[in-house]
Write a protein that binds this ligand. Sequence first.
Ligand SMILES: Cc1cc2nc3c(=O)[nH]c(=O)nc-3n(C[C@H](O)[C@H](O)[C@H](O)COP(=O)(O)O)c2cc1C
Length: 281
Amino acid sequence: MPKITEIIKKRISCRTYAERPIEDKVLQEFSASINAVHTGPFGNQPKFKLIKLTSLPPQEWKKLGTYGVIKNAQIFLVGSIQNGHLALEDYGYCKEKLILQATKLGLGTCWLGGTFQSSRFSQAIGLQKGEVLPTVSPVGYPAQQKSFTERMMRWSAGSDNRKPWSDIFFAGNFLQPLTQSQAGKYAEALENLRLAPSASNKQPWRILRDTEQNIFHFYLSRAFGYNSLWHVSLQNIDMGIAMCHFALTAQETGLKGKWQIDAAAPKEKSLDYIATWQDDN
Ligand SMILES: Cc1cc2nc3c(=O)[nH]c(=O)nc-3n(C[C@H](O)[C@H](O)[C@H](O)COP(=O)(O)O)c2cc1C
């Protein structure tokens, strides 16, 4: 089994943290990845920073808005990006790489797109003009026991379930499901995409495989009225996260491919076309 699959299977949202601080060595390794230059498949460059709550006065903590949902977190991974074409997909893609790295280091994380106060975090990282701060994530060792709120949140979002293959993967057209055996050498990358986290676990990704060529078109099935609730489209971030799971797995299973915008991608009324992955072999 490729290592990335183990990490992807291990990652689940963590909302209750242990009190013990992150070991220095682990924090150093994670910080080095955070401070590197990040470029998404479409060229946008998000910036990330770790914010220690100890650097803010305690009376400010409650104002971060994560209070009640997230327990005991002392460090947050905060990210910003210049607003632009496919910027949120690039943001999701690059940040999920960091989330998976945290998982590999034994750290718990949770994407937060709704339950935080962006203005407080914006101040803390010094948000520039034209930039957005789409999400934050607590980072730390998971507590032995989940809080009651966390258990309720997992249950209400159905976090332990994912849609079956037949609902999200298609071959040739959107009436024809793509089975695992038909997917062949791409099956693992698609399966790992299926395990991706998404806002409210809505799993908005729909993937269409071209039956003539080894290309995969990525579409977004937008939940009605959902995106307007937030200051950025969380579902475009979901798409970037899913693309990250697909691409990292493809790479580790020896598949070489690239992302592109394909003007010839089939159109589907209820779906937004986002991008295409083309196998280079
Ligand atoms: C873009 C994004 C935003 C999210 N926002 C929140 C949030 O505001 N609060 C929260 O508790 N969980 C949030 N989540 C976590 C999802 O609810 C969770 O990923 C999903 O239910 C699947 O569960 P899992 O991550 O444990 O696999 C978010 C996830 C994503 C990808």
